[in-house]
Design a binder for this molecule. Structure first.
Ligand code: FAD
Length: 329
């Protein structure tokens, strides 16, 4: 059995010149926080992604797939093992079928996207093709892979990215490559099976319905306006810190009109504008933590714990984190 340092050295040799050592990760995240990766590699094609994942796994080196870095808090000590920045970028129409619905016909178009494709690029592509299903996600930061991992969502109007997944190509922790249907992911609120299995998504096929392009752009643009009106803009953040409440929790906290908003509880616990070091709870949206310039992961964790403590004290509810902590904490 070889130790971690030997395994890293071997992996470095196998991956060759493209691999970088002690690579700073903070600039690759929307928080702009965190230490370096032991080893770092950029994968530009699905084959490069697959190859790097399998080499690392053969040598038992931990692998972290970095998409847009928009839902993670990287530790100040950095990340052990290999970090692969997913820059795969193919998008294309794969086929179509006509579905009969009584007297009406529905045209379903299958769009394939590499997991590294930015969600915004995919949404714009599908809307421009007049395909419904992902249009409400205009403005969602991050990659297709990250959106499947989190089953990212939007509420004006409601939609989950997982809703229109048809199938995906994944590689499992044992190195098995397979095509899996939507049901494989067990998509739920902020969850999908791959959070547990650690499968890596290589590419995804979405099933989208052909419809009126102008109507889709109207909804997509409305999503952007709603984001601008409700979320802090132009700041370093990883979006919502905590998951929203379950219905049982909202009953327990007696939230008005049964709102499930974690931000509501944080706001009513008086946390807007509170800061620790360089991190601050956004004065605009209490569920957003902002890096005001020189925040460390430690500062953010202190605010997370403060938020949990105050909400528990006042409403008897333990908020769970939506942001994922990555690396050594
Ligand atoms: C301003 C702002 C607004 C946001 N608004 C929303 C919103 O409206 N709705 C919402 O749901 N979220 C929102 N988020 C959170 C975030 O954008 C989403 O969760 C997004 O889908 C994360 O994608 P990513 O590529 O950035 O993932 P990353 O942060 O890079 O990674 C997150 C997790 O996904 C895993 N992952 C990434 N790619 C793959 C892959 N190919 N295979 C397997 N695992 C993979 C990573 O390893 C990691 O565990 C927001 C964030 C910000 C900063």
């Amino acid at each position: 059995m070889i130790n971690m340092n030997e395994a890293l050295e071997k992996l470095k040799q196998v991956l060759g010149e493209r691999v970088q050592v002690d690579y700073p990760l903070a600039p690759l995240t929307t928080f702009k926080i965190g230490g370096p990766a032991d080893l770092y590699l950029e994968a530009r094609t699905a084959d490069e992604l697959l190859e790097a994942v399998s080499h690392a796994r053969l040598l038992s080196v931990p692998v972290f797939i970095l998409g847009g870095g928009s839902n993670i808090l990287i530790s100040d000590k950095g990340v052990r093992g290999l970090v692969i920045k997913n820059l795969t970028k193919h998008i294309g129409i794969k086929g179509m079928k006509v579905q009969k619905q009584g007297a009406k016909e529905k045209k379903i178009v299958f769009v394939e996207a590499d997991s590294g494709v930015p969600m915004n690029m995919l949404v714009r592509f599908t809307v421009e093709e007049g395909l419904a299903g992902l249009h409400m996600h205009l403005g969602l930061p991050g990659s297709v892979g990250g959106a499947l991992y989190m089953n990212s969502k939007w509420t004006h109007p409601n939609g989950y990215v997982g809703d229109c997944v048809y199938q995906a190509r994944v590689v499992t922790v044992t190195g098995e490559e397979k095509i899996v249907p939507q049901s494989y992911f067990h998509f739920g609120y902020d969850t999908s099976t791959i959070q547990k299995t650690k499968d890596v998504v290589i590419s995804v096929v979405f099933a989208l319905e052909a419809t009126d392009k102008a109507a889709l752009w109207a909804i997509a643009n409305e999503s952007i306006t709603h984001r601008k009106n409700t979320q802090p803009q132009g700041v370093f953040t990883a979006g919502c810190t905590f998951k929203n409440l379950t219905h049982a929790q909202s009953l327990m906290a007696k939230t008005p009109n049964g709102t499930l908003s974690a931000g509501y509880l944080l706001d009513h616990a008086g946390l807007k504008g509170v800061s620790r070091g360089g991190a601050m709870i956004s004065p605009m949206h209490a569920n957003f933590i902002v890096n005001t310039g020189k925040a460390t992961a430690k500062d953010v964790i202190e605010l997370i714990e403060l938020g949990q403590e105050k909400v528990k004290e006042q409403f008897g509810i333990t908020l769970s984190e939506e942001i994922e902590r990555v690396g050594e904490f």
